[in-house]
Design a binder for this molecule. Structure first.
Ligand SMILES: *Cc1c(COP(=O)(O)O)cnc(C)c1O
Length: 477
């Protein structure tokens, strides 16, 4: 048997020969020579490992023909030309799905990306004075006008915003936080860890379920740099609980000359309770409490691009802006362009509810979601996919992204059942489509939740199921 392995190894396709075939087929033009050779080398190497695998049965091993090897190498090269970061249809019903890119952008933001991206821009250029300008100025005025803050700064994301503020105000000093607010958001964001990286010393006060004003008061000393209040975004403590109001903490900070910061997580500018949702304090409300600094994300309830927004007084923000760490966390021109357009929508809050997809999904009446579900149901039934049945199913969507964690939003889904496919297999097929559909499985059923599917995306789903039908029909290769 060892002899057979040796013979197979000797007859492995030669890299030069595979390259030659690719050349003849014109595939060498698709990538630099070294990348083409490397693809061929990988194919041969894979075969070599297969032959050498002691678990493999040498008697049944076969070598691929040189053409098969060339086809595989061509596949690798062609794969490099396929975009990996792609649009998908979010049919999970989770509105702010961090793994699916959180918030889609509004058309106005997309238009700005194109405009600013295709040419040069005044990113850091003051057009009036013809000299160097400040990149934050493009969004500062809007953010301040809409929130009532004195000054604003924008960085890469909210994690960066928290890190930057902690480092500026509390490096080498104590930051006082309630034990009920030492949160983990997921994706490695944990308050105690970010605090350690910032150089601030965590000073925990109170207990998991109850923290009183006196707990904060007792902790304050000459080592205190900051009082931090964190929005418990993705969980709620219920029952015998007590947390200190931000207004009271802000007053305590003022009295003791210690800055107070609020990590708000999901900064919201509209009153969600008007749309039957849980009340989230708006950014305006939070600033009204007299807190010194507020931070929140650009791509959670705000409905814009990934960003971390820092609002507060001019003196405080000046210190934060001058921190050299700010340079390392700085925001890029595309984010600024998209954020500016997003914030502009809030000048007309009623219209923002319709234009910003996250807010639209949160506030859309159930009857309207149902109409879209019925439309999709009809379209899918009309396709007559062999062995597949579709029906409507009521359920609950979630906000996600660490916002409104206890609130399910009534929704309507199209349930898909396939005779020859388990729910898991079907869900997998949907992810393999040209425009992948990410669905939800519940009780062994594949559900397409229409609350997170826009009317303009129904065609992707229809085309996807058409493709499934073609692939499963008997005459398909
Ligand atoms: C989401 C969240 C963060 C992290 O924000 P990113 O924009 O994801 O970096 C920080 N703090 C709180 C309270 C959050 O909810």
């Amino acid at each position: 048997m060892e002899e057979r392995r040796r013979a197979l190894l000797k007859n492995l396709p030669k890299i030069d020969e595979i390259v030659h075939i690719l050349e003849r087929k014109g595939l060498c033009a698709m990538a630099p020579k070294e990348i083409v050779r490397d693809a061929c080398r990988r194919v041969v190497e894979r075969e070599r490992l297969r032959i050498m695998d002691p678990k493999g049965d040498a008697g049944t091993l076969r070598l691929p023909s040189i053409d098969v090897a060339a086809r595989e190498a061509a596949g690798i090269i062609q794969g490099l030309h396929r975009y990996r970061l792609r649009r998908v249809v979010n049919a999970t019903g989770i509105i702010l799905h961090t793994n699916l890119g959180r918030s889609p952008l509004c058309p106005e933001a997309l238009e700005r990306l194109q405009k600013v991206g295709e040419g040069y821009s005044n990113l850091e250029y003051d057009l009036e004075r013809g000299q160097r300008g400040v990149r934050y100025d493009h969004v500062r005025e809007l953010l301040c006008a809409l929130s009532g803050a004195e000054d604003a700064l924008v960085v890469n994301n909210n994690a960066a915003a928290v890190l930057l503020v902690l480092n500026t105000l509390a490096e080498g000093k104590e930051a006082v936080v309630s034990r009920g607010e030492l949160i983990e958001i997921g994706g490695e964001f944990r308050i105690p860890e970010i605090m350690e990286k910032s150089g601030a010393l965590l000073r925990e006060v109170g207990t998991t379920n109850r923290t009183h004003l006196s707990d904060y008061e007792k902790a304050l000393c000459e080592k205190t740099g900051l009082i931090l209040k964190v929005h418990t975004s993705n969980y709620r403590i219920v029952g015998f609980t007590q947390q200190v109001d931000l207004t009271i903490l802000a007053a305590l900070g003022r009295k003791s000359g210690i800055p107070v910061m609020n990590d708000l997580g999901s900064g919201c500018f509209v009153e969600l309770d008007r749309y039957g949702l849980e009340r989230e304090p708006t950014v305006q409300d939070v600033l009204q409490t007299g807190v010194d600094v507020v931070t929140f994300s650009g791509d959670k309830l705000l409905g814009g691009p990934q960003a971390g927004i820092i609002l507060g007084g001019r003196e405080m923000l000046g210190r934060i802006k001058r921190n050299p760490l700010n340079r390392a966390l700085r925001i890029d021109k595309f984010t600024l362009a998209a954020l500016e357009a997003t914030m502009m929508q809030y000048l007309q809050p009623e219209e923002a509810m319709g234009r910003l997809r996250v807010l639209r999904a949160l506030s859309e009446p159930l009857a309207s979601v149902k109409r879209r579900a019925r439309r999709l149901l009809l379209q899918l039934r009309r396709l007559n996919v062999e062995g597949m049945t579709f029906s409507l199913k009521d359920g609950l969507s979630l906000t996600g992204g660490g916002s409104l964690p206890t609130q399910g939003i009534p929704t309507c889904a199209v349930s898909v059942k396939a005779v020859h496919l388990s729910a898991d297999r079907l869900e997998r097929r949907l992810r393999d489509l040209e425009t992948p559909i990410v669905a939800r499985i519940s009780d062994d059923e594949v559900l397409l939740d229409l609350r997170t599917v826009d009317p303009g995306e129904l065609s992707f789903i229809k085309e996807g199921f058409s493709a499934l039908k073609k692939a499963s029909s008997p005459e398909a290769p």
